[in-house]
Design a protein around this ligand. Structure first.
Ligand code: ATP
Ligand code: MG
Length: 355
């Protein structure tokens, strides 16, 4: 079986970390007998410089005709002053997500046992932490009609928040299915005491819960959830929420795990899935072999699991990461006294050898 993977390295450390992710995927392919065909496309600032577009049509075509997309990162100060639609994030990431219709964003936040107790973490809080935030990605305030008008004394702005039953159902189903494969606990987060959209959200989730009697469901208001995540995050398994709340809560959950360099993400729809590290292009360390490639490598593992159903190979990559960390290898961002510091490339090679 041959799987076609579009690789979009992007800007900053994107090319460095995606190179290690494809190396590890290729190793997993050799080990388990799958063929992965990697084809590169331009995205972000580097694409703008080469073509005048942050998301060239050729890249979109490549992504649409592939089985999955692996993205590095986009952005950098060089492109910050362009008009919004030409900027790497607004002009490339949002339209790519929209074009692939990836409506469910999965962000696992977990702490590898080898890193528990590390000085970069708060061990008493996060040891053993393993949660996934499922964020609705193509609706809500981010995509509603916006208006700004002059009024006496200043301006008036309007943002609209739209959700349909069907949009809530499809992301909720992802979360229920995921919870079923994990600890069977789903927390749906909303603001149902204030927002009509949250009331519909709650009705849909409550209705769907009847189809998943094995999953324990509870509803939590977003302000309480933000507090609980800091206070006792291990009470959670799968968190399900809408676009804006998910943006905030997934960053909050990420911080509990210590390093941005460790966190993968998957954006799923009914077609091609998009996989990328949670971190940005990190221009401050780009090109210096300092970047941690593990977030990108674990994004590759999520691709095998969620797009291709290759659970065994996905788990092998995750085990290889855990083992390399247990052996004491660290990139600069997670380095501690008594451990061995390695470069981006060395970390990728060590993990690939163990897959
Ligand atoms: P963006 O706007 O793209 O999200 P940002 O500045 O918010 O950018 P990052 O680019 O992810 O976020 O960088 C935040 C900090 O984390 C930087 O100091 C960066 O060097 C560090 N960092 C991010 N990713 C990694 C990584 N993979 N390895 C090591 N350090 C990283
Ligand atoms: Mg950021």
């Amino acid at each position: 079986m041959m799987y076609r993977i579009a690789v979009l390295p992007g800007d900053g450390i994107g090319p460095e970390v995606t190179a290690q992710a494809t190396r590890v995927l290729a190793a997993a392919g050799r080990r388990f007998g799958y063929e992965f065909c990697f084809q590169e496309g331009l995205i972000g600032g580097i694409a703008y410089d080469a073509t005048g577009q942050p998301l060239p049509q050729a890249t979109l075509d490549l992504c649409r005709s592939s089985d999955a997309v692996l993205l590095g990162a986009v952005g950098g100060s060089k492109w910050d002053n362009l008009p919004v639609h030409l900027r790497p994030e607004a002009g490339a990431l949002l339209p790519l997500r929209k074009a692939l219709n990836v409506y469910a964003n999965l962000r696992p936040a977990m702490v590898f046992p080898a890193l528990a107790g590390a000085s970069t973490l708060k061990p008493e809080v996060v040891e053993g932490l393993d949660i996934v935030v499922v964020r609705e990605l193509t609706g809500g305030l981010y995509f509603g009609d916006k208006k700004r008008e002059e009024i006496p004394g200043g301006q008036r702005v309007v943002e609209t928040l739209v959700y349909t039953t069907q949009e809530i159902q499809r992301v909720a189903r992802r979360a229920f299915e995921l919870a079923r494969k994990r600890k069977k606990k789903l927390t749906s987060v909303d603001k149902a005491n204030v927002l009509e959209s949250s009331r519909l959200w709650r009705e849909v989730v409550t209705g769907m819960a009847r189809e998943y009697p094995d999953v324990e469901v509870n509803h939590m208001l977003v302000d309480n959830c933000a507090m609980q995540l800091v206070r006792s995050p291990k009470q959670f398994d799968v968190l399900l929420t809408e676009n804006l709340f998910g943006d905030i809560l997934s960053d909050e959950a990420a911080q509990l795990t210590g390093s941005l360099g460790m966190l993968p993400s998957a954006s799923l729809g009914d077609g091609v899935g998009l996989y990328e590290p949670v971190h940005g292009s990190a221009p401050d360390i780009a090109g210096r072999q300092l970047a941690n490639p593990i977030a990108a490598i674990l994004s590759g593992a999520l691709m095998l699991r969620h797009s291709f159903g290759l659970e065994e190979a996905a788990a092998a990559i995750e085990r290889a990461v855990a083992t390399v960390l247990e052996q004491g290898y660290r990139t600069a961002d997670i380095m501690e006294p008594g451990k061995h510091q390695v470069t981006t490339t060395e970390m990728g090679r060590l993990i690939a050898e163990l897959v």
